[in-house]
Design a protein around this ligand. Structure first.
Ligand SMILES: [Zn+2]
Length: 134
């Protein structure tokens, strides 16, 4: 197999893989769980046996989570200053800190799943194995 670009026969459905990864499901079959712990990816899918140990999301999920949450939180903090300029400092600090933490914890595994789905669909990092009939 050659590197990119992939031929039509070699391509896997990108949108379907992204959606399955976003839901924390195996990008190949959509049935098996992608994670065995909060961010620990299973070595093999329990449903179809797809080898998922090839994933190399590394720091990308954290990077994208920080970028998304950061924009959302900074806009909210600035809006708070504009909406309630006389409120004590600790009220918006407490609210936006809690929202930043909660949204980061919610987004991080979803973004990691999305990136693994992207890698699987593009046959990156050893995901280029033999196609299974599903
Ligand atoms: Zn699977």
């Amino acid at each position: 197999m050659t590197d990119l670009p992939l031929t039509l026969e070699e391509r896997r459905p990108l949108g379907r893989s992204l959606r399955r990864g976003l839901r924390g499901r195996c990008p190949a079959c959509g049935k098996g769980a992608l994670f065995r712990a909060y961010l620990k990816v299973v070595d093999h899918c329990q449903a179809c046996g797809e080898d998922l140990s090839h994933q190399r999301a590394d720091d990308a999920p954290a990077y994208f989570t920080i970028a998304i949450v950061g924009h959302f939180i900074v806009a909210g903090v600035l809006a708070s200053e504009w909406i309630a300029p006389d409120s004590p400092f600790w009220i918006p600090a407490l609210i936006w800190s809690a929202l930043a933490l909660a949204s980061s914890l919610i987004l991080l595994p979803r973004i990691k799943g999305l990136l693994i789905g992207l890698q699987w669909a593009n046959r990156m990092h050893g995901f280029g194995g033999v196609e299974k009939a599903l």
